[in-house]
Design a protein around this ligand. Sequence first.
Ligand SMILES: [Zn+2]
Length: 119
Amino acid sequence: MPADASNGPQKPVPLTNIEVATLWRGERSAIRLYVAALSIMAAGFGFIAFVGADTELRYLVLLAALALLGAALYVQFALRCPRCNAHLAVQSIMLIPDRCKSCGVSIARPPDLDSELDI
Ligand SMILES: [Zn+2]
């Protein structure tokens, strides 16, 4: 972590590529978990509607989806600004904000993200 004092205290040191990549990797895992939760819900309830399953299976599908949603929320709320340690998930819904609202450091969007988001 570069601790260069020449920038002055009010301007945060820009994030390194590794720090940015780590943030986006976490965000991507959260999105994957959200998608998985929705898929399980859709597939599960589609299956139940098709075969007319009992309520126990319905609860099982719901529980699995809720567990994945919980995991997604956990991953997302674990994302913190590498500079000031502020929670990034509460600053913007679903995606990491352009810059940290707490310390103002800008969070670059890696150019390879969009292709990797295709699931
Ligand atoms: Zn910050």
